[in-house]
Design a protein around this ligand. Structure first.
Ligand SMILES: [Zn+2]
Length: 242
């Protein structure tokens, strides 16, 4: 089991850990700040600093073969680290913060469009949610409502509830295709004050004002009952339109 340090503090960027096991190009640690791909959010990238001064690039983070393990994928796919050594880890914070902003923004979008969520994904600078909806919502109206919510700058907090409490409140689960993260009989509830409450194991900004301005780039029809809403941050919108 890897201790998931980002669950307690999504703003920490550096940590120390011990190598528990390693195979070519993959490293398992006793604890980590690297978020493993899941719940539509990509895995973190960053660096490992070894005791001998070497720097290793971590190019992806995934869930390990054993439940509860996190596998750090090294850019050097042939390297094997010795179990027992202590490393320092540093996540690519600028990328992670963009992912946190977009991930939190998708919580807000699920509050603006009141319909069951059938899927979603977060990328670096963009994201999408799929809704079970027969008609497309109006793009500019959704965009205005979303940006007005962001300007409210509501705080984001989390708390743990038991599996039994969650089972007693099925209305909290908005995403039909993704089961909430469970472990040890506890589920983490993420609350955007006054706006959204749902189980989520991802990383979020502390206040939604950090998200900044977003664009709805497209609302696509993906099947009779499915509408895909695509979001972008302005810098990326500029790149795509130029
Ligand atoms: Zn979330």
């Amino acid at each position: 089991m890897t201790e998931l340090l980002f669950r307690a503090d999504a703003y920490a960027t550096e940590f120390e850990a011990e190598v528990l096991s390693a195979e070519a190009g993959r490293v398992m640690l006793d604890r980590t700040l690297f978020y493993p791909e899941g719940g539509g959010q990509p895995g973190d990238q960053g660096l490992f600093l070894l005791p001998d001064g070497r720097e290793l690039r971590v190019q992806d983070t995934r869930k390990g073969a054993v439940p509860g393990d996190v596998a750090h994928h090294l850019a050097d796919a042939t390297l094997v680290l010795a179990p027992g050594i202590r490393i320092k880890g540093r996540i690519d914070w600028e990328r992670r913060h963009r992912l946190m902003r977009m991930h939190t923004c998708l919580h807000l979008l699920s509050a603006v469009i009141v319909a069951p969520v059938t899927g979603g994904a977060v990328g670096d600078g963009y994201g999408r949610l799929d809704f079970d909806l027969p008609e497309s919502p109006e793009r500019e109206e959704v965009q205005e409502k979303l940006n007005a919510l962001i300007q409210q700058d509501a705080p984001v907090s989390f708390r743990w509830i038991s599996d039994a409490e969650l089972d007693a409140r099925p209305e909290l689960v908005k995403t039909m295709s993704v089961q909430p993260p469970r472990g040890g009989g506890q589920v983490r509830l993420v609350e955007v004050e006054g706006i959204d409450l749902q189980p989520c194991g991802g990383t979020h900004v502390r206040r939604i004002g950090e998200i900044g301005t977003v664009f709805i780039s497209k609302i696509e029809k993906k099947g009779k009952q499915n509408r895909r809403v695509r979001l972008e941050f302005p810098a990326l919108a500029t790149t795509i339109n130029s």
